[in-house]
Design a protein around this ligand. Sequence first.
Ligand code: 13P
Ligand code: SF4
Length: 302
Amino acid sequence: MSLRDEVQRLKKKRNAIILAHNYQRPEVQDIADFVGDSLGLSQKAAKTDADVIVFCGVDFMAESAKILSPQKTVLLPELLAMCPMSAMIDGDSMRQMKGQHPKAESVAYVNTSAEVKAEVDICCTSSNAIKVVASLTSKEVIFVPDANLGHWVQKTEKQKELILWPGFCPTHDSITPEMILTQRRLHPKAVVLAHPECRPEVLDMVDAVRSTEGMVNFARDSQANEFIIATEKEMVYRLHTLLPTKQFYSLPGVTCPNMKRIDLHSVVNALEKMQHEIIIPDDVIRRARLPLERMMAVGRGD
Ligand code: 13P
Ligand code: SF4
């Protein structure tokens, strides 16, 4: 039996749903029931009636699924599929920051641990970060952990004072203006789309800044036929799959090694051995749930 058939057989046996992020390997995207960005995946996890969620992504995404659907079994097929940005801030640092800025409301990008989420007023994703900050009443806003995303939000939300944490995504932070210029020279007619985790000097020179699913929507609605995609390279596979008549160009070498840890073997193993189950203490789930639900109520940005 092929690995794909084995996945289907085990999925039925376990009454499982497979959720995959847009950066997953093509063969994993192909067997998923749903592929999307952090917000779309959280929305799907919150309303599935499957017993088991196999989360093909990184740790914080699977944790969010568990917080939103605590009665389900959530499996992360590879233990080491961890987002390094999410590991850049912990609960103690978050509590310290809140102590230093008692008047500020606090926002955690979903790329954080459950422990950090449990400390904040609201979460956000790359899709709705601007909308989330705009929804707050305080002038001062603690925004963790991605400083690049924070700078991007600050540019629009000028009346707010964002207090940032020096976190970053190693994958997006490696994208330079020279890399964009090289692709522009190769594809002069292409529209350039970038993820807001890129550095400010990169975001300043592109045509639009979008979450990964926002890129799909932008390319679908655009009159343009060619796009340079400044984010993790597998995004281009998803775009090609959905919009086969358009051309998409990735930036050489821009990859997230943690997203690539999961393959079909690990999905089969996860379903067979029911591994690796996400376990979060009940009190952390209870406190982290409200900020995530507030984020979901704000909905998608663009
Ligand atoms: P999206 O929510 O835009 O898919 O981003 C998640 C992420 O980890 C980007 O690096
Ligand atoms: Fe984390 Fe960056 Fe990988 Fe996204 S691309 S999961 S932010 S390391």
